[in-house]
Design a protein around this ligand. Sequence first.
Ligand code: T4K
Length: 414
Amino acid sequence: MTATLKTCPKLQPEDLAIFGKPPAFAEKLHVGRPNVGNRERLLQRISDMLDRNWLTNDGPYVREFEKRLAEFVGVRHCVAMCNATISLEIAIRALGLTGEVIIPSFTFIATAHALQWQEITPIFCDIDPKTHNLDPAQVERMITPRTTGIIGVHTWGRPCDVDALQAIARRRNLQLLFDAAHAIACSYKGKLIGGFGRCEIVSFHATKFFNSFEGGAVLTNDDALAGKMRLMRNFGFSGYDNVIYIGTNGKMTEVCAAMGLTSLESIDHFIATNRRNHHAYRGGLAGIPGITFIVYGERERTNYQYIVLEVDETAAGLTRDELVAVLSAENVLARRYFYPGCHRMEPYHSYFPLASLVLPETEKLCRRVMVLPNGGSVNEPAIASICQVIETAVANAPAVRAALAASAAPQAAK
Ligand code: T4K
C-alpha cells in the first residue's frame, strides 16, 4: 500500500509538524515495509502445501527454493534455514572458527552475536567511510595469533573489497566469509554476491529486499561444507534415528519457502520499484547542504533496497537525530541503522570499553547515517514530500533546533 498524503507542501518552517501543523502523512511510514510478490501465487502454494501435509523439514518447497536461488546466484549450494542469524552461527561452526574473528562494528548486532553465542570473540574493525564496509588496511592491524577468520559485511548491498580481504585471508591463513544479509541480487566485479569467500550468508527477513517472512541461507561452492551445514541445521540427523554430528534446529519451514519462491519471481519488479524511488530521492535531496545521499555505482548490479543519507551537522545546521525527530513528527519513521554500533551495545561495551578509540570512522558514521522508507510503500509524491520536509528543516535549522529543544525541555524536567 502506498502512503497517503494528507497535507499541503511543507515549504515554510511553520508548515512542519514540530510547529504544531498536521503531519505530512496520515499513517506512519516505516523503513522495512515488506516487499510482497504475487499474492494469489503465494496463497495457491500455501493451499497446495496444506493438501500435501508436509510443513517443514526439507520439504519440496524448501528444495525448490534452494535450487532456484542457487541457480539465480550462480553457486553450487544454497542451504536454506530459519533465519540469517542461525545461518551465520552454523556457518561459523561448520568452518571451525574459534578464538577471535574480525568483523565491522558497523553492522546489525546479529553478526557479532552469532560469534559471541559460541564464545568466539568478535573483534570490531573500522570501516572505510567511502564504502561503509570493512577497511582492509584496518583488518590487517586487528589480526592476532588468536584470529581464525574475517566476516565481511556487504552493507546496504554495496560489496566489500572482496579481493583485498581474500588476499589478507590467504596470506594470514584465515577463513573468509561474508554476511550478505543485504546483498541478494547485488554484484561484485559483475558477479552476483553469494559465491565469494568460503561462504556467504543471506537474509530473507520481512524487512529485507526479498523475504520469506523469516529466513536465511548459506550460499557456497564447497560441497563438503554444504553437506556439514545440512546436517547441522537438522540436529545432525543423517536419516531416521541416526545422529552423526552436533546440530541445532535451523530448518526453514515450507510456508517460508513458499513465500521465498514467490518473492524470487518478483525480484525484477522489486528492483524496478526501489530504483525508481532511489532516483526520486536522489533528485529531491540534491543540493541540500549537509545531506549526502549514498548512490549505488552503475557498474554493479544492486537491489537499491536502502535509501541512506549522511548528515553533516556543521553544514546542515541540524544533527542526524534532530532530522530524525523532525521526520518522525511527520510520521516518517527514519531509522538510525546501525546506531550506536555493536561496540557500544552489550555485552561488547563491557568487554571492550575503549573500542571506540580504534573505530573513529565507525563512531562518526553511527552519528551521521539514517535510512528512509523504500519499496512499494512510497511513491514519487510521497518521496517529494519527505525530501521537502528535509529541505525546509535544513533551510530553517536554527528555528527547528529551538523548537525541538523547547519540546524536549518539559520532558527533561519531569
Ligand atoms: N546481518 C545483517 C547485516 C543484518 O542486517 C541482519 C538483519 C542479519 C545479519 C540477521 O538476519 P535475520 O536473522 O534477521 O534473518 C531488523 C531485522 O529484524 C533484521 O532482520 C535486520 N537485519 C535489521 C537491519 O533490521 P529491526 O529491529 O529494525 O526490525 P523490526 O522487526 O523492528 O522491523 C523494522 C520495521 O520494519 C518496523 O518498524 C516496521 C517494518 N516492518 C517489520 C516487520 C517485521 C513491517 O512493516 N512489517 C513486518 O513484518 O531489525
